[in-house]
Design a protein around this ligand. Structure first.
Ligand SMILES: Nc1nc2c(ncn2[C@@H]2O[C@H](COP(=O)(O)OP(=O)(O)OP(=O)(O)O)[C@@H](O)[C@H]2O)c(=O)[nH]1
Length: 411
């Protein structure tokens, strides 16, 4: 079900722009043009978030803010100006953020915030502090922005929680704690996890000399002095989360074939090598199927390159579906591979043969031009020492399949 946000705004043009932004990032949106209307909509609906105008005809001094905040709706306030009095009023409420409506950037910022909120729900943050009051305060700040939160009382406890919860991606840690302080915790975390897996933000009392550099040199990514300003806390946190996500995106792009979205050759080799090492240690053999489309050049020649691309995409989807428990990759051109880490060569071979039959019968049903094609497969099983060797052996069989008539599996 699409989530809904509530826009409380009396200026129709601004409300329209905000609604457009909401739709763009995947929300439905209701518009209330007054506080009275907002109250009614809140009573009748569940809202994921609210964007509230500071000045409304029946709420000239930010009176609409508590209306959404008290209903536990994460609230972003939009203001025409941000003088001292307005800022003081706005900051009294536990809102997510406030944005001045002065320029185009304000709406880009709103879009960024609305995009972040659902993303934050997937992010698990570990808060490490021996003071229950500070932990509660930080956890409340995080919960307001919809982060998932988990707590630890000192460095030793944090390492245990980290081991039990591998999905933690950000650690916010105090320094002065019994058993293991924040600085030592950073060193331990960096011994186990890289900066591109988990971000650490150190927090400590403002008057502690050189602590920020000590934290950073021990492996923290960022540092905040207590007492900190909520806005700065959120800015630093989201910058660190953005950094982790950017690294994840870059890594995914580097490992994925741009056309078919299958793992590319590089990723396939890396993963298969890992499996191969494990199989070798367990004295097990592995299997590999090299799959090649027959006469693919003539498909390109007859239907055009775009249709050829479409066939490659369709075959990739079928491979992913058919071999969802195995490592599948596009090794290049019209050549694909399936790696079987399990120790049952007969079953692996049968599954490949079944797949070849399936494509022979149904290939025309997948592509937009209903193109018929067949596959040649080279299969190898054995105690090989490297993935190159495994591919070389399977390639030799594939060559035999091509040489002896195509549309067949040779093992
Ligand atoms: N559309 C499309 N074609 C590609 C892509 N990558 C490689 N090709 C084409 O795939 C064709 C492969 O041709 P060949 O190596 O002669 O193989 P074939 O025609 O399939 O013949 P056999 O393998 O011997 O059955 C070439 O024409 C390449 O240009 C791609 O990403 N998209």
């Amino acid at each position: 079900m699409t989530r809904k946000i509530l826009i409380i705004e009396d200026a129709p043009t601004i409300a329209r722009v905000q609604k457009h932004i909401a739709h763009k990032v995947g929300f439905e949106a209701d518009i209330a043009t007054s506080l009275a209307e907002a109250k009614q909509l809140i009573a009748e609906n569940n809202y994921f978030c609210a964007v509230v105008d500071f000045i409304l005809p029946d709420a000239p001094n930010g009176e609409a803010i508590p209306c959404s905040v008290d209903a536990d709706i994460p609230t972003i306030v939009m203001t025409g100006n941000l003088d001292e009095k307005t800022r003081n009023t706005v900051e009294k409420h536990p809102i997510i953020d406030y944005i001045t409506k002065e320029n185009k950037q304000a709406y880009q910022y709103l879009e960024k915030q609305l995009t972040r909120l659902p993303r934050n729900e997937q992010i698990l943050v570990l808060v490490v502090d021996d003071s229950p009051a500070t932990r509660r305060h930080i956890c409340n700040l995080l919960a307001r922005h919809k982060y998932q939160v988990i707590e630890a009382v000192d460095g030793v406890d944090a390492l245990r929680v980290l081991a039990e919860n591998p999905s933690i991606s950000v650690i916010i840690t105090d320094n002065e704690m019994p058993n293991m302080n924040g600085d030592q915790l950073c060193v331990e975390i960096r011994r186990l996890y890289n900066n591109d897996e988990k971000a650490i933000i150190g927090i400590s009392a403002q008057d502690t000399l050189h602590l920020s550099t000590r934290f950073l040199k021990s492996g923290a990514d960022d540092y905040l002095s207590k007492p900190f300003n909520n806005e700065e806390f959120y800015c630093r946190l989201s910058q660190n989360v953005d950094m982790l996500e950017n690294i994840k995106t870059i890594r995914l792009q580097a490992n994925t074939d741009y056309l078919t979205s299958l793992p590319n050759r590089r990723y396939f080799f890396g993963e298969a090598s890992q499996h191969l090492k494990a199989a070798h240690a367990a004295k097990k053999s592995v299997s590999l199927g090299m799959i090649d489309i027959d006469y693919f050049k003539s498909i390109n020649d007859k239907y055009g390159h775009d249709s050829g691309d479409d066939v490659l995409k369709c075959l990739s989807r079928c491979l992913l579906k058919y071999f969802k428990d195995n490592l599948v990759g596009r090794l290049g051109g019209e050549e694909f591979a399936v790696f079987f880490a399990d120790n049952d060569p007969q079953q692996a071979q049968q599954r490949l043969e079944k797949f070849r039959h399936f494509i022979e019968k149904h290939s025309a049903e997948f592509s937009r031009d209903n193109i018929t094609f067949t596959l040649s497969i080279g299969f190898h099983n054995g105690p090989v020492y490297s993935i190159d060797e495994l591919i070389k052996q399977a390639d030799l069989k594939l060559y035999q399949a091509k040489e002896t008539g195509r549309n067949k599996l040779v093992s």
